[in-house]
Write a protein that binds this ligand. Sequence first.
Ligand code: IMP
Ligand code: MG
Length: 181
Amino acid sequence: MNRVPSNEKKKDNYSKEVLISREEINRRVEQLGREISQDYKGRELHLVGVLNGAFIFLADLVRHLSIPCQICFLQASSYKDQLVSTGKVKLMHNLDLNGKDVLVVEDIFDTGLTLKHISEDLYIQKPTSLEICALLNKRIPDKLAVNVKYIGFEIENRFVVGYGLDYAEKYRELPYISCLD
Ligand code: IMP
Ligand code: MG
């Protein structure tokens, strides 16, 4: 198991474990960029980043695309009753994706609730095609059936932060993915 480089240590008490290093992330994001460019060759791709978690992943991914693309964002947040998720997702966007080749870019496919809502919401706009790319796929039981075509890494059922992912809005800036134990 890698250790967090000393110059990146934080005073907060998150785990010192690096689950996925910045080098591993760079390599995999480059591969994904090549694969997506190949699949969409000759077409213009409309990437829809899911805020806030996907902002770093999307920014890195688009720099490995060799096809023309347009970039936009939507915001997804869970409705919460105090601290408990109600199982509903609120989406905010002003997108017009009719007739476009759309790729949703998300940080993590956990229960699938968010991605299911996003897919259903965007599908109504009748895009030419609609696919999903998630940096992480968390192995948990009883995931919703969502077709995520591109996955960066499979991870165990642990809470992860860094590279855009947060815990209470913290740790998004870490350049690697770490676990909160
Ligand atoms: P869902 O359960 O698939 O709907 O995931 C909803 C959202 O929860 C994701 O888009 C993430 O923003 C967040 N999330 C799920 N698992 C983690 C995690 O391990 N770390 C940080 N955020 C997470
Ligand atoms: Mg998210």
